[in-house]
Design a protein around this ligand. Structure first.
Ligand code: ADP
Length: 501
């Protein structure tokens, strides 16, 4: 069995990444694009492209009918969903299979089981995998939430059963706050996932997020490719990832790997997946399994030499996994910085605009997985991830030096980005020492205070220029003027303008 032609049901950097894997395996691939993505890099990266609707994701990348029509029209026999959009939608996976096509991912049943966190927790407990202490299942009322919280002990976290992307989560410190948090989390979960069920977990105070990359073939082989450290986050979403996790004792790594394989086996997993854990001291707890390729897969690729996306395609085509056991032993150290169109000095809120300039870093040990080019419009319809900068060094220290150099070479103008935040982290003593936890960003406010990453005199100079420009601006003119301003200036201007309004 082999794949004849792959439909890439996604956009941005991951669609480009999948197209590259298809090219290297000599499998033709078809891109889909919304009205907003005419001329996008993922379209150019594929052999053919099909227009699937307007910019709104619900009318294009989330529209299963359109995607199936595109498969039929172009003669695709398989669909790669990437991440986000329909990647973890069991109904979509089932529809693809029912249409006689191959879904490049796990069986729909495995997606469904792992997609409901309360079911996944039960399955893991049954297979002897430790889970974060908390309620057995979803909670029917605020009263039930309160008793579950009291059993787990405060502080607790209310979480959406269907959760993802950090949505529908509320930390609750005290009993009187449970009812309100329950209502808010249920409402947010209902809006985000069409499923308002929430459950309670003990809120761990200072854990690390460590996850294990899994590969499983259709013939019963399950193996892992070692772990990634993903603790540096904002709004419970990752910003920086690395492999291996710094300072993790060998026994813990091995145990995590074994437990992750057991978790995958428990649901009959096939394909690439990630089992996520919270690690506190040397105790670890299952958090969830992501049944898809992850944003941060390149760090694992760099330290193992395994092309995970190619393996997704090969596994879908029925190939057997032929990797040696030693594949999980990392060679070197890799770090990834997510370069997003967000303002790190404005609460990481999205920054929109048109990319006016893009200088990419190069040289030894540097990889750029990007989804934008000069002229790309960064809007609010999609995830703000613009690209990923990934480096490999012989040691963690060498990788950090390399990441500094690569970040200094990377210039992206037109929107505010996370670049200066990453650059500041690469000099921060706790990060350098590997002292990270999921609360790292909150514990280091200096990294996100306005002016961080700027030499003090440069910040003063920009402020003076802005003062001058603001003086006699009326709003229509300023909009025009703002569009031609460098991103850093424009964002400061936007903030000021919004405050004035
Ligand atoms: P999502 O599926 O929305 O991404 P996860 O369950 O994967 O949610 O958790 C995302 C992040 O939220 C974790 O990496 C961690 O930072 C935080 N988190 C989740 N559960 C807990 C918990 N029980 N205690 C402390 N932090 C948690």
């Amino acid at each position: 069995m082999s794949l004849r032609k792959v439909l890439i049901a996604n956009r941005g950097e991951i669609a480009v990444r999948i197209a590259r894997a298809c090219r290297e395996l000599a499998i033709p691939c078809v891109a889909v694009y919304s009205e907003a993505d005419r001329g996008a890099p993922h379209v150019a990266a594929s052999d053919e492209a099909v227009h699937i609707g307007p910019a709104a994701a619900s009318d294009s990348y989330l529209n299963a009918d359109r995607l199936l029509e595109a498969c039929v029209r172009t003669g695709c026999d398989s669909v790669h969903p990437g991440y986000g959009f329909l990647a973890e939608n069991a109904k979509f996976a089932a529809r693809i299979e029912q249409a006689g096509l191959t879904f490049i991912g796990p069986p729909a049943a495995a997606i469904a089981e792992m997609g409901d966190k309360t079911v996944a927790r039960r399955r893991m407990t049954d297979s002897g995998v430790p889970v974060v202490p908390g309620s057995g299942g979803p909670l029917a009322s605020a009263e039930e939430a309160l008793s579950a919280a009291e059993r787990a002990g405060f502080p607790v976290l209310l979480k959406a059963a269907a959760g993802g992307g950090g949505k529908g989560m509320r930390v609750v410190e005290r009993a009187p706050d449970v009812a309100r948090a329950f209502d808010a989390a249920s409402r947010e979960a209902g809006q985000a996932f069409g499923d308002d069920r929430v459950y309670v977990e003990k809120y761990l105070e200072n854990p690390r997020h460590v996850e294990v990359q899994i590969l499983a073939d259709r013939h019963g082989t399950v193996l892992h490719l070692g772990e990634r450290e993903c603790s540096i986050q904002r709004r419970h979403q990752k910003l920086i990832e690395e492999a291996p996790a710094p300072g993790l004792p060998r026994e813990v790594r091995e145990e995590l790997g074994n437990v992750a394989c057991a978790a995958a086996r428990a649901v009959g997993y096939v394909g690439a997946g990630t089992v996520e854990f919270l690690l506190q001291e040397s105790e670890f707890y299952f958090l969830e399994m992501n049944t898809r390729i992850q944003v941060e897969h390149p760090v694992t690729e760099l330290v193992t030499g395994v092309d995970i996306v190619q393996w997704q395609l090969r596994i879908a085509a029925g190939e057997r996994l032929t990797l040696p056991d030693s594949v999980a032993d990392p060679v070197g150290h890799a770090i990834e910085c997510r370069i997003s169109g967000e303002d790190p000095y404005g609460g990481f809120l999205p920054s929109t605009g048109i990319i006016r300039g893009l200088d990419l870093p190069g040289g030894p040990g540097v990889r750029w997985d990007g989804g934008v080019v000069v002229g790309s419009e960064v809007g609010l319809d999609y995830d703000p991830l613009l690209g990923k900068l990934i480096v490999l060094g012989a040691t963690r220290a060498e990788a950090i030096v390399r990441m500094r150099r690569a970040l200094d070479e990377l210039a992206l103008n037109g929107v505010r980005t996370t670049i200066p935040f990453h650059r500041a982290v690469m000099d921060e003593p706790d990060y350098l020492a590997g002292r990270v936890s999921v609360r790292y960003v909150e514990q280091h406010p200096e990294l996100t205070e306005s002016g961080a990453g700027w030499p003090a005199d440069a910040a003063v100079a920009v402020a003076a220029v802005l003062e001058h420009r603001f003086r006699d601006m009326s709003s229509p003119r300023t909009t025009l003027r703002a569009a031609s301003m460098p991103a850093t200036e424009r964002s400061a201007w936007q903030r000021r303008f919004e405050a004035d309004e």
